[in-house]
Design a protein around this ligand. Structure first.
Ligand code: NAI
Length: 510
């Protein structure tokens, strides 16, 4: 009998290891032969640890299971997968939070054993790579272009066009594939979940990118705060090498692709692609001026594809099922699906993959089920700490890059952080500037000095010192930072501040 207990960071932090041990002990004591599979999380975080028991009709879920629940669950029929225990959730696939999703990228997470290549293959894994091996590099790039995939790190630049730029650089030189796994946005965890629960998907996506542009070496620049992902990725890479999915001759293609993980050191700015490259080269993470674009002069001055984990992770599906199939989902110029991460003050936090076009309200209410505190929601920040706070009257906006941009907001990396009506939005505006003072790389003046001055001006406004004059000054300072900063750090820090000035002015001056 197969029993699943997740082994990703979220489940572990909720005591999954202890629960797994207790389940094994009970099985041994009863002389039951069970196969305990450490799967990844399904992304239904409020139910972790979510224990699943395989039955003839599918997987029955129990959760959230704490160590002290195990005895009673076993007595109530956990091993038989039939129980009227209050923690029994019925068929996992029938839980509406999961059932209503459109999982193209995250189709395997929570289902498979992350490190099992056999499991990965039996759930559609490596089909995209086998397909890519049979195609010309240009045909691979064309497939990605046809999918309409846009960079999921936040900037939403068309991935196929980025790959084309690197593809078109002369092939005699060394090129690189770099995965930005320095997931730094508040409330985001989709990269981590993908890496911990389905690491071969990222390996496959990066290998396909290598074949497409003629790069033989890839690096995953991994957030140092992700030790579980670090262990899983390294193990997955060595298993993939052993089975010929990486290395000197990828699947008999005669083409090489090698992959290494590099640990970051905890700087938010190193998620910006040019400081990331500096850091990867062993230097301090200072932003480089663009142009030249990394696609032309990137790592060690060579043509480099830099993409986020989720962009690479979308590629195996696109190659396996065709770009058109992926493009069939979504709206306008936002094609495919978006892995949305629901966090902050929310009752049911977790990962929700849906086609673009779903409204923010549907995510907050139908999936999130309102706030964790039960109080009314006041503001939502989508896309990380550099994006606008959105008031109630904007929540019917569909998840679409252009629709959000029109409001001066952004989708970014898909993180949704919820605040209830006790939040002090003036404090949130202050936090945006303070965050920039701490995280700025210091290279350009508007960001380095502007954020410090911005913090001081906000403090004066909140202390009631000439609020009108200081509000004008703050607005001017914000404009200078937007126009004059070298990268998105200083260039976008004003967005949350300006949104507070516009939509929650009373909180700022209170
Ligand atoms: P960007 O707009 O400057 O560039 C986007 C990407 O397209 C870059 O990789 C750039 O090199 C590439 N590109 C642009 N023109 C190109 C061309 N003609 N050919 C080939 N490639 C081209 O945006 P940037 O500064 O890279 O990213 C800003 C975004 O980062 C923000 O919108 C924010 O949402 C996001 N962000 C994400 C975080 C996370 O944790 N995921 C953290 C902080 C910010």
């Amino acid at each position: 009998k197969r029993i699943y207990v997740p082994c990703d960071t979220t489940a572990l932090s909720m005591g999954a290891d202890k629960v797994a041990k207790l389940i094994e002990r009970h099985a041994n004591a009863r002389g039951l032969e069970i196969e305990l599979v450490r799967n990844g999380s399904r992304g239904l975080f409020w139910l972790e640890p979510l224990v699943e028991v395989e039955t003839d009709s599918g997987r029955i879920g129990f959760g959230p299971v704490e160590a002290h629940d195990v005895d009673a669950l076993v007595d109530a029929g956990l091993f038989e997968g039939k129980s009227d225990h209050p923690l029994c959730l019925g068929m996992v696939e029938d839980i509406s939070y999961l059932k209503l999703q459109q999982r193209l990228t995250f189709s395997r997470i929570g289902i498979t054993d992350p490190l099992s290549i056999a499991d990965y293959r039996s759930h559609g894994g490596f089909v995209g790579l086998e397909q890519a091996v049979s195609l010309s590099p240009q045909a691979i790039v064309d497939e990605v272009k046809a999918s309409g995939l846009r960079g999921r790190g936040g900037a939403a630049f068309p991935t196929g066009i980025k790959w084309q730029t690197v593809h078109d650089e002369p092939w005699q030189q060394q090129k690189y594939i770099v995965c930005n796994a320095d997931e730094g946005d508040s409330g985001t965890f989709a990269d981590r979940l993908a890496m911990e629960c389905d690491p071969y998907m990222l390996i496959e996506g990066m290998t396909i990118a290598g074949l497409a542009v003629g790069a033989t070496q890839g690096f995953i620049y991994l957030r140092s705060e992700y030790p579980v992902a670090h262990r899983i990725l390294n193990e997955a890479i060595s298993r993939a090498e052993a089975e010929g999915y990486l290395g000197r001759d990828v699947r008999g293609s005669g083409r090489a692709f090698n992959l290494e993980v590099r640990l970051a050191a905890g700087a938010y700015i190193c998620g910006e692609e040019t400081s990331l490259l500096e850091s990867l080269e062993g230097k301090r993470g200072l932003v480089r001026a663009k142009p030249p674009l990394p696609a032309i002069k990137g790592l060690f001055g060579q043509p480099t594809v830099v993409n986020n984990v989720l962009s690479f992770a979308a590629v195996p599906f696109i190659l396996a099922k065709g770009g058109q199939t992926y493009a069939h989902y979504g709206m306008g110029k936002s094609r495919g699906t978006l892995p949305i991460q629901l966090a902050g003050n929310i009752r049911r936090g977790g990962l929700i993959e849906l086609a673009f076009g779903v409204s923010l309200r549907e995510i907050l209410e139908d999936f999130g089920g309102g706030t964790f505190t039960g109080r009314p929601m006041k503001a939502v920040q989508v896309g990380g700490p550099l994006m606008a706070y959105m008031p109630q009257n904007q929540w019917d906006t569909p998840m679409d890059y252009e629709a959000f941009a029109q409001l001066g907001a952004g989708i970014g990396h898909g993180g949704v952080v919820v605040f209830d009506d006790t939040v002090d939005m003036g404090e949130q505006a202050r936090f945006a500037m303070e965050f920039c003072t701490v995280e700025s790389c210091g290279k350009c003046t508007p960001c380095r000095i502007g954020s410090v001055r911005g913090l001081e001006v906000i403090d004066r406004i909140r202390a009631g010192e000439s609020p009108e004059a200081n509000l004008v000054l703050l607005e001017e300072l914000c404009e200078t930072m937007v126009d004059g900063s070298l990268c998105a750090m200083g260039g976008m820090t004003p967005f949350p501040v300006q949104s507070v000035m516009k939509y929650f002015p009373d909180d700022l001056t209170a």
